[in-house]
Design a protein around this ligand. Structure first.
Ligand SMILES: *[C@@H]1O[C@H](CO)[C@@H](O)[C@H](O)[C@H]1NC(C)=O
Ligand SMILES: *[C@@H]1O[C@H](CO)[C@@H](O)[C@H](O)[C@H]1NC(C)=O
Ligand SMILES: *[C@@H]1O[C@H](CO)[C@@H](O)[C@H](O)[C@H]1NC(C)=O
Ligand SMILES: *[C@@H]1O[C@H](CO)[C@@H](O)[C@H](O)[C@H]1NC(C)=O
Ligand SMILES: *[C@@H]1O[C@H](CO)[C@@H](O)[C@H](O)[C@H]1NC(C)=O
Ligand SMILES: *[C@@H]1O[C@H](CO)[C@@H](O)[C@H](O)[C@H]1NC(C)=O
Length: 301
């Protein structure tokens, strides 16, 4: 078994993809495929992955090359030349034969920090080298292709829908179309989702202890990325106190940005969520220490 694995590795590393090719063509296993050289030259020569050796199952005629019975060794970079001048190059791959639904194993997950129409998606695809992704925006137009290089089989990319309206109810899901290439195969699929289902706010900011008279108050502000007006984009807040004996106590508030400080707390932190959408909580803010604030006395803020 081992020598075979070594051979396969050598074959693939000879033309490992590092970027999404400008031109590629997808074929089915064992079917013929015609590759055209985009040139005005009448006669061209071909290389496959830099090798001039024409294989038996390739038939070159004028500007076209026919691959007879596409198989894995016949995939790769077909370049056509006039002498030493590169005319054109087409990357040939086989359609991924994995059953539909394989994409579920890719764990595509998307998050938006707000309703501004931008979001980030990540997925796993260890056997693919590069991806490109394109968004169908909420107004039906296509965004540009975004090229995505992987790192150890993990991919992530950011997208923006400039036509997204934060004030309108989302009637249709956004569609994100992903295409992946490995050295010899092609994968294509679409994920659908509503922004409201993927919103995870950033943590609230400026969590501060204030003294007013002889009482202490906590105040905070919505995350900077959260849209305005507050009356429309209200937030649900969750305060978590750590008491002196180590017990943690949660307190929930809607809309408020101030509350009186709970007695006997050592420290406190805060997170938020959108009360009208998915119940996904933001990450926690940093802990705020109560001792320091208490000791600063009435003169301090
Ligand atoms: C294919 O080969 C040509 C000629 O060597 C090169 O310019 C091009 O970048 C290669 N394309 C890919 C996707 O590797
Ligand atoms: C062929 O090449 C011309 C000039 O570079 C380009 O405008 C055209 O889009 C190409 N056609 C294809 C099918 O790649
Ligand atoms: C996919 O995500 C789920 C939950 O997020 C996780 O439990 C699972 O391990 C992930 N699968 C892979 C292959 O990463
Ligand atoms: C996304 O990719 C960047 C660099 O490519 C990396 O620094 C970051 O941690 C990745 N984020 C996620 C959520 O995977
Ligand atoms: C959709 O929105 C984009 C970006 O705002 C804009 O460029 C495009 O013209 C719009 N298309 C339609 C059909 O409204
Ligand atoms: C910690 O203190 C709180 C309030 O003083 C009390 O309700 C709770 O039972 C205590 N927990 C433990 C584990 O002692």
């Amino acid at each position: 078994m081992l020598p075979l694995v070594g051979l396969v590795l050598c074959l693939t590393s000879a033309h490992a993809l590092t970027a999404f090719p400008q031109k590629f063509q997808v074929g089915n296993l064992d079917e013929d495929m015609v590759v055209k050289c985009n040139t005005s030259e009448q006669q061209v020569t071909w290389t496959l992955n830099g090798e001039p050796e024409p294989m038996a199952e390739l038939v070159a005629e004028g500007r076209t090359l026919t691959i007879l019975g596409l198989d894995l060794p016949a995939t790769g970079n077909y370049s056509c030349w006039a002498g030493s001048i590169l005319l054109d190059a087409t990357y040939v791959v086989v359609r991924s034969t994995s059953p539909p639904g394989q994409e579920e194993g890719m764990n595509v997950s998307c998050q938006a920090e707000s309703y501004r129409g931008s979001f980030r998606c990540s997925w796993r695809a260890p056997s693919f080298a590069v991806f490109r992704a394109r968004l169908t925006r909420s107004n039906g137009s296509f965004g540009d292709w975004v090229h995505v290089a992987g790192h150890r089989g993990r991919f992530n990319a950011s997208f923006t829908d400039p036509s997204f309206c934060p004030f309108a109810e989302e009637l249709h899901p956004l569609q994100l179309h992903l295409e992946g290439l490995s050295d010899n195969s092609f994968l294509s699929f679409t994920v659908h989702f509503f922004i409201r289902d993927i919103v995870q706010p950033d943590p609230p900011q400026e969590l501060t202890v204030r003294r007013r008279g002889d009482r202490l108050y906590l105040s905070w502000a919505p995350p900077a990325s959260w849209p305005l007006p507050k009356s429309y984009f209200a937030l649900f807040y969750r305060l978590q106190y750590e008491l002196l004996n180590g017990t943690q106590v949660d307190e929930y508030l809607e809309g408020a940005e101030e509350t009186s400080l709970r007695e006997g707390a050592r420290r406190v932190r805060i997170s938020c969520s959108d009360p009208y959408a998915s119940p996904t909580w933001s990450p926690w803010s940093a802990w705020q220490d109560m001792e320091a604030a208490r000791q600063r006395g009435p003169a301090a803020r």
